[in-house]
Design a protein around this ligand. Structure first.
Ligand code: FAD
Length: 511
């Protein structure tokens, strides 16, 4: 029997932790380069995963496990070598999250004469069975109802049957914009150790400029800042502690705000660790609840955080699992390619340039930048959801199919209505209210057409016009269509012309 540890699930809470397992059992880990060649991945993403794998190997060896760590070109080669050494072996591993991956693994093992047993994925709180029982049928799935179900099931932040604080949601207190006195805590930095430094150099040599030959804009990730994401459980626990002590207290009020000079704001910066299994969602939630019970964190902040981790993270994972065609969904028929500046950052739009700069620098942008700047722009512009999804997948340190696809195709671009009731789109007005970008931007936030008008404005109205047949009947879009109706034919024509000019400029690289 061998425990197969996969590179995206480096967790001690999984098959390795079960009472039935012992250090006598062998552990197999396959470091396959072919995975990393599939897309032009950000070097920090590759460094994170490969370094975390090697650290996990060392940790298991120190704990007394026998670890076969196979560095190969393809995963299949790794399995070939394993079964040559251990014919007819029985493999135990965590059930895969990406569509088709569990079946593929089963076939690969069976073709080599082995058997495989899948166990529940410890990176999530809500089991498949529990979600399926809650969903009770076909989509659409609605987050608010799921989240309340999870609160009741877990008892987190509950007082009997009632939510602590008397409300399920404190969003009204959580949409503040920080004043000039706001100084967010410095994000924790994790100095690369020898293993990480070695991996970082190997990543550049193996997948760097030459390795990006087939990728669009090959040099896109040429100059990131030094790598500083946690790659071990100890590092992830330090990141958790830093968040709970320093940033959670004002996480709630500022979670929707964007400041050009502050890339992290009060965000948790925990997604890369949670998604790799270095932290479990329950321990993260319980640490936040403990801080609330001690009185150092407000109900609005702790509820806002719980909603993200217990609500959204679990919800998107299962909504994705239950919707096999989600990656290709495109209900609005958007067909534009992704503008080049998503890779290069070369645009005058201050908000987009800043968000892309963060991605180029460290493979991260916070939630509102992802949703209301990057995805909002792409949706208004008419980018095909799968192309935006590919970009997110390649560019972010925390990106995996199960999380990127529902967020980009479901929430961000409204490619499907499986998990959102309406598109998350907004004009410059929203970005101005929630950020400090517009004051330093050469585009005029209040102008819709004509020279220098903010592209978000014309593209916003043009989006409503182009998608009227599908969106007007949506009861949540009634108000915006009433504003659209207030525009004269001449205004709508000027908007369509301006939108076309903007598309031309995006294609020419002059937006
Ligand atoms: P915080 O904003 O501080 O939130 C705390 C935690 O809540 C996160 O660490 C994360 O684990 C969880 N969380 C919050 N919202 C979501 C959500 N919608 N889906 C899943 N988990 C959530 N998250 C990823 O982990 N990987 C992705 O590839 C990813 N792509 C996204 C793409 C788009 C277009 C959008 C709109 C969102 C995406 N998200 C993704 C969700 C969310 O933006 C990130 O989880 C979050 O920004 C990570 O930063 P943080 O750890 O500082 O999180």
């Amino acid at each position: 029997m061998t425990v197969l540890v996969l590179g995206d699930c480096l967790t001690e809470f999984g098959p390795l932790a079960s009472d039935a397992r012992s250090t006598d059992e062998r552990v197999l880990c396959i470091e396959a380069r072919a995975f990393a060649r599939r897309k032009p991945y950000h070097p920090h993403k590759l460094t994170l995963v490969f370094s975390a794998m090697r650290h996990f190997r060392d940790r298991l060896r120190e704990a007394g496990y026998t670890v076969d760590y196979r560095r190969v070109e393809t995963f299949a080669e790794g399995l070939d070598a394993h079964f040559a050494a251990h014919p007819e072996d029985h493999i135990v591993t965590v059930r895969r999250t990406a569509h088709g991956a569990t079946d593929r693994l089963q076939r690969l093992v069976a073709n080599r004469g082995g058997t495989v047993e899948f166990v529940a994925d410890p990176r999530f709180h809500c089991s498949r069975e529990e979600f399926d029982a809650w969903a009770d049928g076909d989509p659409p799935y609605r987050h608010e109802s799921f989240y309340r179900h999870m609160r009741r099931e877990t008892g987190y932040l509950m007082d009997g049957d009632e939510p602590v604080g008397g409300e399920w949601n404190f969003d009204d207190e959580n949409r503040e914009f920080p004043g000039p006195e706001y100084v967010p805590p410095e994000p924790p930095q994790f100095e690369p150790d020898e293993t990480t430094r070695e991996v970082r150099e190997w990543v550049d040599a193996t997948f760097g400029e030459d390795g990006y030959d087939d990728a669009p804009y090959g040099g896109a990730w040429a100059d990131p800042e030094p790598f500083s994401w946690p790659v071990t459980r100890e590092g992830a626990l330090q990141a958790l502690e830093a968040f709970i002590e320093e940033r959670l207290p004002t996480f709630g009020p500022y979670q929707d705000a964007m400041l050009g000079d502050e890339w992290a704001m009060n965000h948790a910066l925990l997604s890369s660790s949670l998604n790799l299994g270095l932290l479990s969602p329950s321990e993260v939630i319980e640490a936040a609840l403990a801080a609330f019970e001690e009185g150092s964190v407000s109900i609005a902040s702790v509820e806002g955080f719980l909603r993200q981790v217990l609500g959204w993270r679990e919800f998107v994972r299962h909504a994705y699992r239950r919707t096999p065609g989600m990656a290709a969904a495109n209900q609005l028929g958007a067909a534009e390619p992704l503008p080049e500046f998503f890779w290069t950052g070369d645009t005058d739009m201050a908000c987009v340039a800043d968000a892309v700069d963060g991605v180029r620098t460290r493979g991260y942008a916070h939630h509102i930048e992802r949703l209301m700047v990057l995805s909002n722009f792409a949706t208004l512009y008419g980018v095909e959801p799968s192309r935006l999804n590919e970009w997110f997948h390649a560019a972010f340190v925390d990106a995996y199919h199960w999380v990127t696809t529902p967020n980009v195709v479901g929430m961000g671009t409204f490619g499907t209505d499986t998990l959102s009731t309406k598109p998350y789109v907004a004009s410059a007005n929203y970005i101005d209210r929630m950020s400090d970008h517009c004051s330093g931007c050469p585009y005029y936030k209040t102008k819709t057409t004509g020279d220098g008008a903010c592209p978000f404005n014309a593209l916003y109205w043009d989006f409503l016009g182009r998608n009227e047949s599908q969106l007007r009947s949506n009861h949540r879009m009634g108000l915006v269509y009433s504003h659209y109706d207030d525009k004269s034919d001449g205004e709508r024509e000027a908007i369509a012309d301006r939108a076309e000019t903007l598309r031309q400029r995006a294609r020419n690289g002059t937006l």
